[in-house]
Write a protein that binds this ligand. Structure first.
Ligand code: ZN
Length: 189
């Protein structure tokens, strides 16, 4: 659980332990520390025995990670933004088997790209919805709708890196589903 503190140190970021979260702007008392403690809030409304709900866990993990990129490894941000591109733009279904496939693809991809960095949007400028808003939801449906909007807002805030991760996502699809995705670029799915 100390990972995020180590990562922040590595990035030269001082973590603030009072007031709002310095990264997403959520109104807390203990800053990022409270944000990390609470980011799963609201997900208890979803039944994860139903595989259809797994999507909302992926989306919320990606949204939270990308609102706090300074406390994740650089390639971890590539992973989360590429996954959002695959799900939101390329309309790919996602499940627990695909995440390690994407990680493996990125592990190979990064070997030749020591200087590739995503352009990180400014703190507090990564979508208005935060994990704290999930506290207010009272039904599964509200939870799903909020997570969709949250992921959309965060994804949009990273627009300057969309074309890069879109290429990575295409490479991933070609690599893993060669043949199944033909015609992908010419349809409007
Ligand atoms: Zn936060």
């Amino acid at each position: 659980m100390q990972d995020f503190i180590d990562q922040a140190n590595k990035n030269g970021i001082t973590l603030l332990d009072n007031g709002m979260c310095q990264f997403c702007g959520a109104d807390y008392q203990r800053g990022i520390f409270e944000c990390m403690d609470n980011y799963n809030n609201g997900l208890e409304h979803l039944d994860f025995n139903d595989a259809e709900n797994h999507l909302f866990r992926f989306l919320s993990v990606d949204a939270h990670a990308l609102q706090h990129p300074e406390i994740h490894g650089r390639w971890s941000n590539h992973f989360h933004l590429t996954r959002l591109n695959l799900i939101l733009d390329k309309k790919q279904t996602w499940d627990y088997k695909k995440s390690p496939m994407l990680s493996a693809y990125l592990n190979a991809y990064k070997l030749n790209r020591p200087n590739e960095f995503l352009t990180i949007p400014k703190p507090l400028d990564r979508g208005k919805i935060t994990a704290k808003d999930l506290i207010k939801v009272t039904t599964a449906n509200e939870c799903v709708e909020l997570i969709k909007k949250w992921a959309d807002e965060v994804y949009y805030s990273w627009s300057s890196s969309h074309s890069l991760v879109s290429q990575i996502a295409d490479g991933f699809l070609d690599n893993n589903y060669n043949g199944k995705t033909q015609g992908r670029k010419t349809t409007n799915r």
